[in-house]
Ligand binder design. Sequence first.
Ligand code: SF4
Ligand code: SF4
Length: 363
Amino acid sequence: MRFLSNWLRPFSGAEPNYWEGYPESRLKDVILFLTDRCNMRCDHCMFWERIDDPGDEMTREQLGRLASTTPSLRTVAMTGGEPFLRNDVADIVENFFRDNQTHNVQVNTNGLLMERMRALVESDLAAKYQKFLSFQVSIDGLAETHDRVRRLPGSFTKITRNLKELVKLAEQHPYFRVVVLTNVNKGNYHEIDPLARILWDEVGVQHAYDLVRGASFSAWGIPEDVYQPDDPRDCGLPPREELDGIVETIRSINRREGGHFDQFVEQLQIQTDLYLGKPTPFKCLSAGRTIGVIYSDGSVAACEFTTPFAHLRDYDYDLGRLWASPEAEARRARITGCVCTHTCFVLTSLQEMQERKAAAAAV
Ligand code: SF4
Ligand code: SF4
């Protein structure tokens, strides 16, 4: 997702409460599950029950209507499951670039399906519409660890080979970008630095980090009636006493490689502080307001830790109408007191905070 740089400012009690009376419910970013089907079975997957038993998927036509009815978006993060298992990803991406004017389409992928990834980049849709296409590819440890966590022998070798090709494609296609995301967990935290050296020195790819998440250990204060109890299949956090050291390691890697991911490092520090019981520096400003989650069957949630509150089929796949509905307003009112470490919501909330501070300062 595109986030503002330098968004993090010290937060003091003397500052106004930017959240109080916060009126913004204009969608800017969407997390869109294209499918629940997947060609992996990862230990850290939060959606493993759906991956093991995929349900209905929205059709290309329904997704096209979604793109054309939704107010123009900043980012659509297409995820799953493995999005490239659908054979119409390029059509869906074009729908969002052309009919929604989405600024950035990000595809979160496990990086296995090279032919389909290459075809999408070489379609040059991003350049055609002067928008941005990015792939976020997962690598979760050195070869042995990655293959074990992802339950697919040989996948590290295959994905790093594919990544080298994607890096070359990015050099040839200026509207395309590839980034690796490593999910830090109890099984790989001691491999962060050696993995960074492979990714940066040998593969030549930019890379960022997130901490493994699960509803039972990454969220607090969600009302019981809207709590979505999704946890990893078989994975957990590194020991809590290691978390500050892990952030420090990632901070020094980021510095060594040119500081491209300062925001992610600061976000990791916020996540770590939450896990260590320190108070949150902000409230959730974005879930159900500026960002929403659309599951592959068309159900819609404010975030991944709360249950879906509506279904697109009841709104003729018009997300703009659904987002302005009494159902959406009622859900927004239910989730004013929770906190979590989910990257998308931490960063987008802080971005909202930054924008509101700038607006207040300009008056
Ligand atoms: S984490 Fe991603 S790649 Fe792994 S099983 Fe889940 S959806 Fe598939
Ligand atoms: S994203 Fe926001 S609303 Fe959802 S659980 Fe996290 S803090 Fe609560």
